[in-house]
Design a protein around this ligand. Structure first.
Ligand code: IMP
Length: 424
């Protein structure tokens, strides 16, 4: 099983970091293929807590090569901060690589991200303001700077000046901000280049060689299906492709190299930022989920919007990413409810929708159709065997499996590594 993709099936924050971490023993390489430091995952290792935004979580294992692929947008300052932080805690970064073709997040991307959000006012997307959208826009507009440009500061300066010609006009004339100075950016990025040079590689080649050698390569998605630029709830999405197809593009491997696609499914749904969310619970039940689940953003600290599990979304994620199995996370958070609701479809203007609606009006205005099941009202935190789960919890999982049409292979029942149930 050499090529495995792991994706989020909802709006991100499904607990992908924990799943990657659990499978790490069997992995030789972990590759990130999209997004940037808008992502964030927390891994608890013994008494130590690690928070990553760019570096794949496999970095905690000395046998794993961790790769940032070409599809990621890299803020080098943030990356260096993470590398320094790891080294300060005695964790080697020798097996870390970053693609020479990954695009750079530049200081003006951060400013533009915030400025655009402000201009949008009430219609804001609620971005993480990490410059992700502007960096991807420059990539597709072909005025972006790539990691490899930092290896030759002459080229870097030339490209930067071309970009600043346009950016400074926009910043000063449209948004009323100060212009950026090329010399300062060249000096800063020159320093970053010195620190990062040893990690820069042709990662597509490295990944394909690893696959040729039969190594286990894990493609770790960031964000989630409904934040996908093509398949998500546009425009309330991120600017990359978290779906499984994004892994091939963002890592430079062919689809035939992929053997498994694991979807991570939170036992309920959360979302940060604006946009439609049919099963949102803007009430006490939602607050109870948020508090017990610690549903606050790793990157921005924002409270996450919370709601009941939505099977329409899981079916959709299965369709667009071709899941082979799922991992259900945070089941323990639901232990506090006597009755639990599962969304099985949507209703809009008298019509039922079993599949994710393609029309934005429907997804914005639909009413979720629920099935109610019994809760279990007991702690799951110490259960490691599927058969030891309360019957009501087993029924809940069976329903998710049936409605989603994909088998559950892992169930997480707490934040610690040991709090996991594997199923054959
Ligand atoms: P951006 O990716 O910063 O441009 O933000 C676009 C949307 O994606 C916003 O709604 C963000 O809250 C959301 N988003 C970005 N990264 C994550 C993530 O890692 N988890 C959850 N939501 C995210």
């Amino acid at each position: 099983m050499p090529g495995i993709i792991l994706i989020g099936t909802q709006w991100g924050d499904e607990g992908k970091g924990k799943v990657t971490d659990l499978l790490a023993n069997d992995m030789d390489m972990v590759v990130r293929y999209q997004g940037g430091d808008n992502a964030g995952h927390t891994v608890i290792d013994g008494n130590q807590e690690f928070r990553f935004h760019l570096i794949p979580s496999g970095i905690l294992y000395s046998h794993i090569t961790c790769v940032i692929g070409n599809g990621v947008v890299v803020n080098p300052k943030v990356l260096i901060g993470e590398l320094d932080g790891l080294e300060a805690r005695g964790i080697s970064t020798d097996k870390f690589l970053v693609s020479c073709n990954a695009h750079l997040v530049m200081p003006y991307h951060l400013v533009l991200d915030g400025a655009r959000e402000l201009k949008l006012g009430k219609s804001e997307i609620g971005t993480t303001r990490k410059g992700i959208g502007p960096a991807y826009s420059d990539k597709t507009s072909r005025i972006g700077l790539r990691v490899q440009d930092m290896l030759d500061m002459k080229i870097f300066r030339k490209k930067l000046e071309a970009a600043l010609n346009e950016k400074n006009e926009i910043l000063t004339k449209i948004y009323g901000f100060k212009p950026f100075d090329a010399d300062k950016i060249v000096a800063d990025y020159g320093g970053y280049a010195e620190r990062l040079e040893k990690y820069i590689a042709d990662t597509s080649l490295v990944i394909n060689k690893a696959l040729d050698e039969g190594k286990n390569v894990f493609f770790e998605g960031a964000q989630g299906t409904l934040l996908d630029i093509d398949h998500g709830t546009y425009p309330f999405v991120t600017s990359s492709s978290p779906v499984s197809g994004g892994a091939c593009v963002g890592a430079g491997v062919g689809p035939r190299r992929i053997d498994k696609v694991v979807g991570v499914v939170k036992a309920y749904v959360t979302r940060v930022g604006s946009g439609p969310f049919p099963t949102e619970l803007d009430n006490e039940t939602g607050d109870m989920i948020r508090e017990k689940g610690g549903e606050y953003g790793t990157t921005t600290g924002r409270p996450r919007r919370c709601g009941w599990f939505d099977a329409v979304i899981l079916r959709y994620a299965n369709m667009v990413s071709g899941l082979t199995e799922i991992a259900v996370t945070k089941l323990d958070v639901l232990s506090q409810f006597e009755k639990i609701k599962i969304c099985v479809g949507y209703e809009y203007e008298g019509k039922m929708y079993d599949n994710f609606p393609s029309h934005q009006t429907v997804i914005h205005k639909c009413i979720p159709v629920y099935e109610e099941v019994d809760g279990w009202m007991e702690s799951l935190n110490d259960i490691t065997n599927y058969d030891d789960l309360p019957k009501a919890a087993q029924k809940y999982l069976a329903r998710i499996e049936k409605l989603g049409g994909v088998p559950i292979k892992m169930i997480s029942v707490g934040p610690k590594r040991r709090q996991i149930i594997f199923r054959d």
